[in-house]
Design a protein around this ligand. Structure first.
Ligand SMILES: *Cc1c(COP(=O)(O)O)cnc(C)c1O
Length: 225
């Protein structure tokens, strides 16, 4: 099988298995533009990258109807490079990041959709804020002043473990945090995206209520760093 067939077959298999209403983000980090084009030619339009510089370079080279999602840790000083085109930033961990996104988005006369990253894993290496911090941000007057940012949901990553029960508990925790945060009324956020689930755990994530999955290796194969 050529690699071309492999990417499109993997993609089609996954797409068929996803319930209606679940968005697939094809995580293309470390993969060359030629491989991304294979997925594009198979109909995929939403791609996720975890490094701003790499996403910017790929955006320049690839068709402009691709929706680029930043799924990695966001460094404030690099937000300006993706502000002209990024369609969703998954990994917002502090208010300061929203402020900088707002500032850079305003220069391009656009609004950028953002997800608050909630820490659900027990490892210290996984970034994110507590649900109380998210609540404080969503209730704040400061957020209302950011006219170029829309907080559209939350994102989380489960612990890297074989213990399915633990992963399931973490996903359920995020789902209930999402439901709780949705209850908070405000004018400039409308929480509808729950981004959770990767190659190894997306089916479980969907059964726990995820409506956006970020899948890399099951589409493109293992990554060589
Ligand atoms: C790399 C990455 C993924 C995709 O991981 P796979 O296991 O290859 O599907 C999903 N989410 C985030 C935040 C990532 O960094």
């Amino acid at each position: 099988m050529s690699s071309n067939n492999m990417v499109s077959e993997n993609l089609n298999k996954i797409k068929l298995s996803l319930p209606k209403g679940v968005t697939l983000v094809a995580v293309s980090k470390t993969k060359p533009v030629s491989t991304i084009m294979e997925a594009y030619d198979a109909g995929q339009r939403v791609f996720g990258e975890n490094k701003i510089q790499e996403m910017v370079e790929k955006h320049e080279q690839l068709p402009k109807d691709i929706e680029w999602h930043m799924i990695g840790h966001v460094q404030s000083n690099k937000i300006k490079y993706m502000a002209p085109f990024v369609s969703l930033i998954h990994g917002v961990e502090k208010f300061k990041v929203l402020k900088e996104v707002n500032k850079q988005a305003s220069k391009h006369n656009r609004s950028i959709n953002c997800l608050l990253q909630i820490k659900i894993a027990e490892e210290d290496s996984k970034f994110g804020m507590s649900v109380n911090e998210a609540k404080a941000i969503l209730k704040s007057d400061e957020l209302k002043k950011l006219k170029h940012v829309n907080v559209t949901g939350v994102m989380g990553m489960a612990t890297f473990t074989d213990d399915k029960k633990q992963i399931e508990n973490e996903f359920k925790t995020l789902k209930s945090s999402f439901d709780e945060l949705k209850e908070l009324e405000s004018t400039n956020h409308d929480l509808r995206v729950l981004s959770m689930g990767m190659s190894g755990d997306y089916e479980l994530a969907i059964s726990c209520g995820s409506n956006m999955v970020r899948i890399g290796s099951s589409i493109f194969g293992e990554r060589n760093y």
